[in-house]
Design a protein. Structure first.
Length: 255
């Protein structure tokens, strides 16, 4: 279990650095203070506190207005607040400040995909996915696959998802879910079943749609007992959800 972040420790640290005393050789520079505020904002975002993060980021921006990292975090905070246009604006600013800022490119590309602006998003995501020094390249490649999936280029989407699954299987549950849908549409049920099973595991364990697609695929394969067991599992795992209701309807079809 990830340890919870304690904002108070950062606040005390800032207060200590901001006060002159016999033990302090010099006051922190504006850039150093901005870095501390940025760290607090980042931790707040990790806790889901976008409102608090925005307050810290505004203070940090006043101290260091040329920081692309601050603009990047603004984009993430606005996205948490479901302010897509503001998030895109902040991500654009981060990329313009630092053209080689790969994570900012990926974020901007992802946001543009959600906005339906595929032409602008594609080169950003391709650049981020091709950065050999980027440990998060799989995220950009997954987002690139999503771009192709949403724009109807299923063969290109499948190729990107397959590469993620092959190169970073531990981070491939989202790619597996969408490749599974493509295979399902193509009638390749045995292959899609493997993808949906993978998609419902690991950090995507709560991806309810993956579990439901796995049950549907079992039904298409005529494995009624396995499908029934999976549908009952969905009802237990995701009580009072739309997926649980759909599982109940599917159960009535096979009983």
């Amino acid at each position: 279990m990830r340890p919870r972040f304690h904002v108070s420790s950062f606040i005390l640290l800032i207060a200590a650095l901001g006060c002159s005393s016999a033990q302090t050789k010099k006051d922190p520079t504006p850039i150093e203070r901005a870095k501390l505020l940025t760290d607090i904002a980042s931790a707040a975002l990790g806790e889901g506190d976008a409102t608090g993060a925005l307050g810290y980021l505004e203070q940090a921006e006043d101290l260091d207005p040329k920081s692309p990292g601050i603009q990047y975090l603004f984009a993430l905070a606005y996205y948490q607040k479901k302010e897509l246009d503001l998030a895109i604006g902040a991500a654009r600013k981060a990329v313009s400040m630092a053209p080689k800022f790969t994570d900012a490119k990926n974020t901007l590309g992802k946001l543009l995909v959600e906005k339906g602006q595929y032409v602008e998003a594609e080169p950003l995501l391709r650049e981020a996915a091709s950065d050999l020094k980027n440990p998060n390249a799989y995220m950009a490649r997954t987002n690139l696959g999503m771009l192709y999936f949403k724009s109807g280029k299923k063969d290109l989407a499948k190729a990107e998802f397959t590469r993620v699954i092959n190169e970073t299987p531990q981070n491939s549950c989202v790619s597996a879910f969408f490749r599974g849908q493509i295979l399902f549409e193509q009638g390749l049920f045995e292959k899609s079943l493997k993808d949906f099973h993978l998609a419902g595991r690991g950090y995507c364990g709560n991806l309810r749609e993956a579990h439901l697609f796995e049950a549907r695929t079992l039904m298409e394969l005529g494995r009624k007992d396995q499908a029934r067991a999976k549908l009952i599992e969905i009802q237990k795992l995701f009580t009072n959800s739309s997926e649980a209701e759909e599982a109940a309807g599917l159960l009535r079809q096979i009983q």
